[in-house]
Design a protein around this ligand. Structure first.
Ligand code: PLP
Length: 480
């Protein structure tokens, strides 16, 4: 395991320098101009050679865990391996045109956006898409604004959005920011929405239900068609959170099972790496009656040419500058084209197979509160163990495995939410399973050892609450 590198201030030695250029060869005027720009005023700025600086930062970077250096079964986040060729394609010269380029000069870029929209329409069965939202939560907010505008246009804006207790935290937040009050509805014993319970909450104030399918327990909401009918009979809309589309890809079209709005996460399912805070993309698809409310810009086709509409009479306006995160769209289109229409469903099949392989192997060793069939992920509980979920998660770090999602969804005691994704081999899954069994044995025989883990990482157990409350992102002299 890598050690924590020395603080850069400790390896600094006065007089060392990164670059040394002979100034004799430059005219005096140039030197005079550039001297003004030299920053001399930083006290105790570390002095190092170039190679020491490079090594310092490379060693720091090596401490990061990523999909490229180990298994990363972070449930609900879909941390899958994204083919490097898509990065290469997104890096092609001239793809990143200036956003104000004349439409005639960027027909190719517009075509990329349009073709991706068409792919997503086909995959989801929705009527139309916007690719402008820059993340899942942003898509949710956009979708709820569209629902609001639509219902307002009918003269009946309504006040309440229903959200199941297993929902991702962004759902209530987005609905709230779109101006709605939230009403939580409980999941039933099977971990899904209970139709009868839902009906009790349906009144003339309910604008929509926001539901995740497969839900955050990895379970398919099998009553979805009846749920959507009950909502529509009540004049309410069905918002489907499709951030975890991995299980549905090429198999289930949400538009056909009653969704009025859906968002997808290109940075989960469609080949953009995420987790480091890089750009994302949360396209939303809507049904026919909601299409005219989509935000601008809209790309239209006229006489074989693509045009951009910056204003629509009824749309919700603009939700993001320019077109959205374009290079994320490029990766998604490259990914889908490489798979081909006939192979897209393999993603879902393998994602579900891998998650169920892990489930079967660990089922006898960990408590599984909801016994129903699961799709792309499985959620165990720490009930009955001598240690907590956090202790197991920390111990996994000693084995170079990124912990699964912990303590979410909230309806499971000490939730361990495991999503292997389709990109992992049987050997990787077997290794994870065997590590988990070893850790569970340790938990039985020597729980204290787990409670003090990790043991092999550069720093051991951290005070996460303190770290979150008193986050220091910048060097402060007094700290050294
Ligand atoms: C990740 C996720 C979101 C939010 O997506 P962001 O891009 O992080 O905003 C919403 N719902 C579910 C189910 C998710 O897994």
């Amino acid at each position: 395991m890598n050690k924590l590198p020395e603080l850069i201030f400790n390896i600094s030695r006065k007089g060392k320098t990164g670059v040394s250029v002979s100034l004799n060869q430059f005219p005096d005027e140039l030197i005079a101009i550039n001297k003004k720009k030299l920053r001399n005023g930083i006290e105790d700025f570390p002095s190092l050679s170039e190679v020491e600086t490079v090594r310092h930062f490379s060693n720091l970077a090596r401490l990061n865990h990523s999909v490229d250096n180990g298994f990363y079964p972070l449930g609900s986040c879909t941390m899958k391996y994204n083919p490097k060729v898509n990065e290469k394609i997104a890096g092609i010269d001239n793809l990143s045109a200036h956003p104000y380029s004349p439409v005639d000069l960027v027909q190719g870029n517009l075509r990329i956006i349009k073709e991706l929209e068409e792919w997503l329409i086909e995959l989801t069965g929705m009527d139309s898409f916007t690719l402008t939202p820059s993340a899942g939560a942003h898509g949710e907010f956009t979708g709820m604004m569209i629902i609001r505008k639509y219902l307002t246009s009918l003269g009946d804006p309504r006040k309440i959005v229903l959200i199941p207790d297993s929902a991702h935290g962004t759902n209530p937040a987005s609905a709230h920011f779109a101006g709605y009050d939230i009403r939580e509805i409980p999941s039933n014993d099977e971990g899904i929405i209970d139709l009868e319970e839902l009906k009790k909450h349906l009144d003339e104030d309910v604008a929509a239900l926001m539901m995740t399918n497969p839900n955050t327990l990895g379970i398919f909401e099998k009553n979805i068609v009846e749920i959507s009918k009950a909502l529509h009979d009540n004049g309410s809309m069905l918002y489907m959170d499709g951030a975890n589309m991995n299980a549905f890809l090429g198999i289930v079209r949400p538009g056909e099972i009653g969704a009025d709005v859906i968002h997808l996460n290109l940075h989960k399912t469609f080949s953009t790496p995420h987790g480091g805070g890089g750009p994302g993309s949360g396209p939303i698809g809507v049904s026919k009656e909601l299409s005219k409310f989509l935000p601008v810009p809209r790309i239209t086709s006229e006489g074989g040419k693509l045009k951009v509409k910056y204003f629509t009479e009824e749309g919700i306006g603009r939700i993001k500058n320019y077109y959205g995160n374009f290079l994320v769209m490029v990766r998604a289109l490259a990914y889908l084209m490489a798979l081909g229409k006939e192979n897209v469903s393999l993603v879902a099949e393998d994602a579900v197979l891998n998650a169920n392989y892990i489930r079967k192997e660990l089922e006898g060793h960990l408590d599984l509160p909801y016994k129903g069939k699961t799709l792309h992920e499985v959620v165990f509980s720490d009930s009955g163990l001598k240690v907590k979920t956090l202790d197991i998660a920390k111990r996994l770090l000693d084995y170079n495995i990124h912990p699964f999602t912990v303590y979410f969804p909230l309806i499971i005691h000490g939730a361990m939410m495991i999503e292997p994704t389709e990109t992992e081999s049987k050997e990787t899954l077997d290794n994870f399973i065997s590590v988990m069994k070893t850790i569970l044995k340790e938990a039985e025989e020597n729980p204290e050892y787990l409670k003090n883990s990790p043991h092999n990482t550069p720093v051991s157990r951290l005070d996460e609450v303190y770290a979150a409350r008193k986050l220091i992102l910048r060097w402060e002299k007094s700290e050294v």
